[in-house]
Ligand binder design. Sequence first.
Ligand SMILES: O=c1[nH]cnc2c1ncn2[C@@H]1O[C@H](CO)[C@@H](O)[C@H]1O
Ligand SMILES: [Zn+2]
Length: 361
Amino acid sequence: MSEPIGERIRRAPKVLLHDHLDGGLRPQTIIDLAPEGHVLPATEADALRQWFEDSASSGSLERYLETFDHTVAVMQTADNLRRVARECVEDLAADGVVYAEVRYAPEQHLDGGLSLTEVVEAVRDGFAEGEAAAEADGSPITVRQLLTAMRHQARSMEIAELAVGYRDDGVVGFDIAGAEAGFPPTRHLDAFEYLQRENAHFTIHAGEAFGLPSIWQAIQWCGADRLGHGVRIIDDVTRQPDGSVQLGRLASYVRDKRIPLEMCPSSNIQTGAAASIAEHPIGLLKDLRFRVTVNTDNRLMSGTSLSRELELLVDAFGYDFADLRWFAINAMKSAFLPFDERLAIIDEVIKPAYAVLATMS
Ligand SMILES: O=c1[nH]cnc2c1ncn2[C@@H]1O[C@H](CO)[C@@H](O)[C@H]1O
Ligand SMILES: [Zn+2]
Protein backbone atom coordinates (compact mmCIF):
# COMPACT_ATOMS: atom_id res chain seq x y z
CA MET A 1 0.00 0.00 0.00
CA SER A 2 1.42 3.40 -0.88
CA GLU A 3 2.23 5.83 1.87
CA PRO A 4 -0.32 8.65 2.38
CA ILE A 5 0.70 11.94 0.76
CA GLY A 6 0.70 13.77 4.10
CA GLU A 7 3.24 11.32 5.50
CA ARG A 8 5.48 11.66 2.45
CA ILE A 9 5.37 15.45 2.73
CA ARG A 10 6.31 15.15 6.39
CA ARG A 11 9.30 12.97 5.57
CA ALA A 12 10.51 15.26 2.76
CA PRO A 13 13.24 17.68 3.89
CA LYS A 14 11.81 21.15 4.30
CA VAL A 15 13.18 24.64 4.92
CA LEU A 16 11.41 27.24 7.06
CA LEU A 17 12.38 30.92 7.04
CA HIS A 18 9.42 32.56 8.79
CA ASP A 19 8.34 31.06 12.10
CA HIS A 20 7.80 32.98 15.36
CA LEU A 21 9.15 31.36 18.51
CA ASP A 22 6.35 32.93 20.55
CA GLY A 23 3.80 31.72 18.00
CA GLY A 24 4.68 28.05 18.20
CA LEU A 25 4.40 26.95 21.82
CA ARG A 26 2.83 23.66 22.76
CA PRO A 27 -0.46 24.37 24.58
CA GLN A 28 0.57 22.10 27.44
CA THR A 29 3.80 24.06 27.87
CA ILE A 30 1.84 27.29 28.22
CA ILE A 31 -0.27 25.63 30.92
CA ASP A 32 2.81 24.21 32.67
CA LEU A 33 4.71 27.49 32.67
CA ALA A 34 1.94 30.07 33.23
CA PRO A 35 3.12 32.28 36.08
CA GLU A 36 1.13 32.83 39.29
CA GLY A 37 -1.68 35.24 38.67
CA HIS A 38 -1.68 34.91 34.86
CA VAL A 39 -5.16 33.79 33.91
CA LEU A 40 -5.24 31.66 30.76
CA PRO A 41 -8.38 31.56 28.58
CA ALA A 42 -8.46 27.73 29.02
CA THR A 43 -6.66 25.35 31.34
CA GLU A 44 -6.87 22.17 29.30
CA ALA A 45 -4.47 21.73 26.37
CA ASP A 46 -6.95 20.98 23.58
CA ALA A 47 -9.29 23.76 24.65
CA LEU A 48 -6.38 26.18 24.79
CA ARG A 49 -5.18 25.09 21.35
CA GLN A 50 -8.66 25.75 19.99
CA TRP A 51 -8.85 29.13 21.72
CA PHE A 52 -5.67 30.31 19.99
CA GLU A 53 -6.85 29.21 16.61
CA ASP A 54 -10.31 30.76 17.01
CA SER A 55 -9.07 34.01 18.51
CA ALA A 56 -6.47 34.45 15.80
CA SER A 57 -9.05 34.06 13.04
CA SER A 58 -10.89 37.37 13.35
CA GLY A 59 -9.67 38.83 10.05
CA SER A 60 -7.65 41.54 11.77
CA LEU A 61 -3.88 41.47 12.31
CA GLU A 62 -4.22 43.62 15.43
CA ARG A 63 -6.58 41.11 17.06
CA TYR A 64 -4.44 38.22 15.90
CA LEU A 65 -1.49 39.78 17.70
CA GLU A 66 -3.43 40.09 20.99
CA THR A 67 -3.21 36.31 21.42
CA PHE A 68 0.55 36.61 21.90
CA ASP A 69 -0.05 38.08 25.38
CA HIS A 70 -0.51 34.50 26.61
CA THR A 71 2.62 33.08 25.01
CA VAL A 72 4.95 35.97 25.76
CA ALA A 73 3.81 35.87 29.41
CA VAL A 74 5.33 32.42 29.91
CA MET A 75 8.63 33.34 28.21
CA GLN A 76 10.09 35.64 30.85
CA THR A 77 12.74 33.48 32.52
CA ALA A 78 15.87 31.83 31.11
CA ASP A 79 14.59 28.33 31.99
CA ASN A 80 11.26 28.91 30.30
CA LEU A 81 12.82 30.43 27.20
CA ARG A 82 15.22 27.52 26.96
CA ARG A 83 12.40 24.98 27.22
CA VAL A 84 10.25 26.77 24.63
CA ALA A 85 13.24 27.01 22.27
CA ARG A 86 14.16 23.34 22.72
CA GLU A 87 10.59 22.16 22.13
CA CYS A 88 10.34 24.37 19.05
CA VAL A 89 13.36 22.63 17.51
CA GLU A 90 12.04 19.19 18.45
CA ASP A 91 8.65 19.96 16.89
CA LEU A 92 10.19 21.29 13.68
CA ALA A 93 12.55 18.30 13.39
CA ALA A 94 9.64 15.89 13.90
CA ASP A 95 7.88 17.67 11.03
CA GLY A 96 10.84 17.03 8.71
CA VAL A 97 12.24 20.57 8.74
CA VAL A 98 16.01 20.41 8.14
CA TYR A 99 16.81 24.13 8.37
CA ALA A 100 14.83 26.87 10.14
CA GLU A 101 15.21 30.53 11.03
CA VAL A 102 13.06 31.19 14.06
CA ARG A 103 12.30 34.75 15.13
CA TYR A 104 11.10 36.50 18.28
CA ALA A 105 11.41 39.95 19.83
CA PRO A 106 13.97 39.96 22.67
CA GLU A 107 12.52 43.25 23.99
CA GLN A 108 9.29 41.38 24.89
CA HIS A 109 11.09 39.00 27.25
CA LEU A 110 12.52 41.39 29.84
CA ASP A 111 9.64 41.48 32.37
CA GLY A 112 11.26 38.83 34.59
CA GLY A 113 14.47 40.82 34.91
CA LEU A 114 16.50 39.22 32.09
CA SER A 115 18.81 41.37 30.01
CA LEU A 116 18.64 41.33 26.21
CA THR A 117 21.81 39.23 26.00
CA GLU A 118 20.48 36.74 28.57
CA VAL A 119 17.35 36.31 26.44
CA VAL A 120 19.37 35.61 23.28
CA GLU A 121 21.64 33.18 25.14
CA ALA A 122 18.72 31.26 26.70
CA VAL A 123 17.16 30.79 23.26
CA ARG A 124 20.56 29.85 21.81
CA ASP A 125 21.02 27.18 24.50
CA GLY A 126 17.51 25.83 23.97
CA PHE A 127 18.07 25.59 20.22
CA ALA A 128 21.36 23.74 20.81
CA GLU A 129 19.61 21.27 23.15
CA GLY A 130 16.87 20.74 20.58
CA GLU A 131 19.40 20.22 17.78
CA ALA A 132 21.24 17.62 19.88
CA ALA A 133 17.99 15.81 20.73
CA ALA A 134 16.92 15.79 17.07
CA GLU A 135 20.32 14.50 15.96
CA ALA A 136 20.10 11.68 18.52
CA ASP A 137 16.62 10.94 17.26
CA GLY A 138 17.83 10.55 13.67
CA SER A 139 16.23 13.77 12.35
CA PRO A 140 19.05 16.33 12.20
CA ILE A 141 18.10 20.00 11.92
CA THR A 142 19.92 23.33 11.94
CA VAL A 143 18.11 26.24 13.61
CA ARG A 144 19.21 29.87 13.72
CA GLN A 145 17.74 32.96 15.35
CA LEU A 146 16.33 36.10 13.75
CA LEU A 147 15.97 38.96 16.21
CA THR A 148 12.79 40.98 15.74
CA ALA A 149 12.17 44.56 16.83
CA MET A 150 8.56 45.58 17.44
CA ARG A 151 7.62 48.22 14.90
CA HIS A 152 5.42 50.28 17.28
CA GLN A 153 8.30 50.52 19.80
CA ALA A 154 11.56 52.43 19.53
CA ARG A 155 14.20 49.82 20.28
CA SER A 156 15.10 48.72 16.76
CA MET A 157 18.62 50.18 16.84
CA GLU A 158 19.38 48.36 20.08
CA ILE A 159 18.02 45.07 18.71
CA ALA A 160 19.95 45.52 15.46
CA GLU A 161 23.13 45.95 17.51
CA LEU A 162 22.21 42.83 19.47
CA ALA A 163 21.81 40.87 16.23
CA VAL A 164 25.23 42.01 15.01
CA GLY A 165 26.77 41.23 18.41
CA TYR A 166 25.53 37.63 18.22
CA ARG A 167 26.07 37.08 14.50
CA ASP A 168 28.70 34.41 15.17
CA ASP A 169 26.69 32.85 17.97
CA GLY A 170 23.47 31.58 16.43
CA VAL A 171 21.84 34.80 15.20
CA VAL A 172 21.71 35.18 11.41
CA GLY A 173 19.49 38.20 10.93
CA PHE A 174 17.04 40.88 11.99
CA ASP A 175 13.34 41.63 11.36
CA ILE A 176 10.59 44.03 12.36
CA ALA A 177 7.09 42.79 13.23
CA GLY A 178 3.84 43.89 14.87
CA ALA A 179 0.97 46.03 13.59
CA GLU A 180 1.85 47.24 10.09
CA ALA A 181 -0.74 49.94 9.38
CA GLY A 182 0.54 53.23 10.85
CA PHE A 183 4.02 51.86 11.50
CA PRO A 184 5.95 52.04 8.22
CA PRO A 185 9.38 50.41 7.94
CA THR A 186 11.09 53.80 7.46
CA ARG A 187 10.35 54.51 11.14
CA HIS A 188 13.36 52.22 11.75
CA LEU A 189 15.59 53.48 8.97
CA ASP A 190 18.55 54.10 11.24
CA ALA A 191 18.58 50.45 12.31
CA PHE A 192 18.44 49.23 8.70
CA GLU A 193 21.20 51.62 7.62
CA TYR A 194 23.33 50.41 10.51
CA LEU A 195 22.79 46.76 9.52
CA GLN A 196 23.73 47.48 5.92
CA ARG A 197 26.97 49.15 7.03
CA GLU A 198 27.65 46.04 9.12
CA ASN A 199 27.07 43.72 6.14
CA ALA A 200 24.23 42.10 8.11
CA HIS A 201 21.06 40.48 6.80
CA PHE A 202 17.45 41.46 7.48
CA THR A 203 13.91 40.75 6.48
CA ILE A 204 10.92 43.04 7.04
CA HIS A 205 7.27 42.10 7.64
CA ALA A 206 5.68 44.04 4.78
CA GLY A 207 2.68 43.78 2.51
CA GLU A 208 0.56 41.80 4.96
CA ALA A 209 -1.89 44.24 6.61
CA PHE A 210 -0.78 47.14 4.41
CA GLY A 211 -0.12 47.29 0.70
CA LEU A 212 2.44 48.31 -1.88
CA PRO A 213 3.82 51.43 -0.11
CA SER A 214 4.97 49.22 2.76
CA ILE A 215 6.72 46.80 0.40
CA TRP A 216 8.25 49.65 -1.57
CA GLN A 217 9.64 51.27 1.57
CA ALA A 218 10.96 47.96 2.89
CA ILE A 219 12.93 47.37 -0.29
CA GLN A 220 13.82 50.76 -1.69
CA TRP A 221 14.29 52.78 1.49
CA CYS A 222 15.32 50.15 3.99
CA GLY A 223 17.13 47.63 1.76
CA ALA A 224 15.37 44.47 2.98
CA ASP A 225 16.96 41.22 1.79
CA ARG A 226 13.61 39.40 2.03
CA LEU A 227 9.93 40.25 2.58
CA GLY A 228 7.96 38.79 5.47
CA HIS A 229 4.69 37.83 3.71
CA GLY A 230 4.91 40.34 0.84
CA VAL A 231 1.58 38.95 -0.26
CA ARG A 232 0.21 42.34 -1.36
CA ILE A 233 2.79 42.50 -4.15
CA ILE A 234 -0.12 40.95 -6.04
CA ASP A 235 -1.66 44.47 -6.14
CA ASP A 236 1.05 45.33 -8.67
CA VAL A 237 0.20 42.35 -10.89
CA THR A 238 -2.61 42.83 -13.41
CA ARG A 239 -4.38 40.21 -15.42
CA GLN A 240 -5.39 41.56 -18.85
CA PRO A 241 -8.74 40.67 -20.45
CA ASP A 242 -6.84 38.33 -22.84
CA GLY A 243 -5.55 36.38 -19.83
CA SER A 244 -1.98 37.68 -20.02
CA VAL A 245 -0.39 39.01 -16.86
CA GLN A 246 1.40 42.33 -16.53
CA LEU A 247 3.80 43.29 -13.74
CA GLY A 248 4.09 46.86 -12.48
CA ARG A 249 7.49 48.40 -11.74
CA LEU A 250 7.67 47.24 -8.12
CA ALA A 251 6.54 43.68 -8.83
CA SER A 252 9.03 43.51 -11.70
CA TYR A 253 11.78 44.71 -9.43
CA VAL A 254 10.95 42.11 -6.77
CA ARG A 255 10.96 39.33 -9.37
CA ASP A 256 14.02 40.57 -11.29
CA LYS A 257 16.08 40.89 -8.12
CA ARG A 258 14.89 37.47 -6.88
CA ILE A 259 13.73 39.03 -3.59
CA PRO A 260 12.42 36.13 -1.50
CA LEU A 261 8.78 36.24 -0.40
CA GLU A 262 8.20 34.50 2.94
CA MET A 263 4.61 33.45 2.29
CA CYS A 264 2.42 32.13 5.12
CA PRO A 265 -0.89 30.95 3.62
CA SER A 266 -2.94 29.98 6.69
CA SER A 267 -1.86 33.02 8.68
CA ASN A 268 -2.91 35.27 5.77
CA ILE A 269 -6.40 33.79 5.79
CA GLN A 270 -6.75 34.39 9.52
CA THR A 271 -5.69 38.05 9.30
CA GLY A 272 -7.72 38.70 6.15
CA ALA A 273 -4.72 39.17 3.82
CA ALA A 274 -6.11 36.39 1.58
CA ALA A 275 -9.62 34.96 1.20
CA SER A 276 -8.78 31.25 0.94
CA ILE A 277 -5.89 28.94 0.11
CA ALA A 278 -7.20 28.47 -3.44
CA GLU A 279 -7.34 32.26 -3.90
CA HIS A 280 -4.02 32.91 -2.19
CA PRO A 281 -1.66 34.91 -4.45
CA ILE A 282 1.04 32.29 -3.92
CA GLY A 283 -0.48 30.28 -6.78
CA LEU A 284 -0.02 33.04 -9.36
CA LEU A 285 3.26 34.28 -7.89
CA LYS A 286 4.74 30.80 -8.14
CA ASP A 287 3.51 30.43 -11.73
CA LEU A 288 5.21 33.75 -12.48
CA ARG A 289 8.43 32.40 -10.93
CA PHE A 290 8.75 34.90 -8.09
CA ARG A 291 11.20 33.64 -5.43
CA VAL A 292 8.38 32.14 -3.35
CA THR A 293 8.93 30.29 -0.08
CA VAL A 294 6.30 28.58 2.11
CA ASN A 295 6.19 29.22 5.84
CA THR A 296 4.15 28.69 8.99
CA ASP A 297 4.30 32.15 10.66
CA ASN A 298 2.70 30.97 13.92
CA ARG A 299 2.13 27.24 14.23
CA LEU A 300 0.04 27.58 17.39
CA MET A 301 -2.23 30.41 16.20
CA SER A 302 -2.78 28.70 12.85
CA GLY A 303 -2.92 25.12 14.17
CA THR A 304 -0.39 24.26 11.50
CA SER A 305 3.02 22.90 10.57
CA LEU A 306 5.14 23.36 7.48
CA SER A 307 3.99 19.95 6.23
CA ARG A 308 0.38 21.02 6.64
CA GLU A 309 0.91 24.33 4.80
CA LEU A 310 2.45 22.39 1.92
CA GLU A 311 -0.33 19.82 1.93
CA LEU A 312 -2.92 22.61 1.72
CA LEU A 313 -1.08 23.97 -1.33
CA VAL A 314 -0.82 20.51 -2.89
CA ASP A 315 -4.59 20.13 -2.49
CA ALA A 316 -5.39 23.60 -3.85
CA PHE A 317 -2.89 23.85 -6.70
CA GLY A 318 -2.03 20.23 -7.53
CA TYR A 319 1.66 20.61 -6.68
CA ASP A 320 3.91 17.55 -6.84
CA PHE A 321 7.26 16.73 -5.27
CA ALA A 322 9.10 18.68 -7.96
CA ASP A 323 7.22 21.77 -6.71
CA LEU A 324 7.97 20.97 -3.08
CA ARG A 325 11.64 20.56 -3.99
CA TRP A 326 11.52 23.96 -5.70
CA PHE A 327 10.08 25.53 -2.52
CA ALA A 328 12.75 23.88 -0.35
CA ILE A 329 15.61 24.96 -2.61
CA ASN A 330 14.19 28.48 -2.99
CA ALA A 331 14.06 28.80 0.79
CA MET A 332 17.53 27.39 1.30
CA LYS A 333 18.96 29.75 -1.34
CA SER A 334 17.27 32.64 0.49
CA ALA A 335 18.48 31.69 3.98
CA PHE A 336 20.75 34.01 5.93
CA LEU A 337 23.14 31.14 6.67
CA PRO A 338 26.58 31.47 5.01
CA PHE A 339 26.64 30.35 1.36
CA ASP A 340 28.80 27.26 1.85
CA GLU A 341 26.49 25.96 4.59
CA ARG A 342 23.43 26.61 2.43
CA LEU A 343 24.97 24.75 -0.47
CA ALA A 344 25.86 21.78 1.73
CA ILE A 345 22.23 21.42 2.83
CA ILE A 346 20.96 21.72 -0.75
CA ASP A 347 23.47 19.22 -2.19
CA GLU A 348 23.75 16.76 0.66
CA VAL A 349 20.27 16.79 2.19
CA ILE A 350 17.59 18.26 -0.07
CA LYS A 351 18.54 17.04 -3.56
CA PRO A 352 19.25 13.40 -2.65
CA ALA A 353 16.01 13.08 -0.66
CA TYR A 354 13.81 14.55 -3.39
CA ALA A 355 15.52 12.37 -6.01
CA VAL A 356 14.15 9.39 -4.08
CA LEU A 357 10.72 10.99 -3.53
CA ALA A 358 10.39 11.81 -7.24
CA THR A 359 10.75 8.16 -8.20
CA MET A 360 7.82 7.33 -5.90
CA SER A 361 5.26 9.72 -7.45
O1 LIG B 1 2.21 37.80 10.91
C1 LIG B 1 2.64 38.62 11.72
N1 LIG B 1 2.69 39.95 11.36
C2 LIG B 1 3.20 40.89 12.18
N2 LIG B 1 3.66 40.62 13.40
C3 LIG B 1 3.62 39.34 13.82
C4 LIG B 1 3.11 38.30 13.02
N3 LIG B 1 3.20 37.17 13.72
C5 LIG B 1 3.75 37.47 14.90
N4 LIG B 1 3.99 38.79 14.99
C6 LIG B 1 4.55 39.54 16.10
O2 LIG B 1 5.93 39.25 16.19
C7 LIG B 1 6.30 39.20 17.56
C8 LIG B 1 7.63 38.54 17.73
O3 LIG B 1 7.64 37.21 17.35
C9 LIG B 1 5.10 38.51 18.19
O4 LIG B 1 5.06 38.73 19.59
C10 LIG B 1 3.94 39.16 17.45
O5 LIG B 1 3.56 40.35 18.11
ZN1 LIG C 1 5.35 36.80 10.92
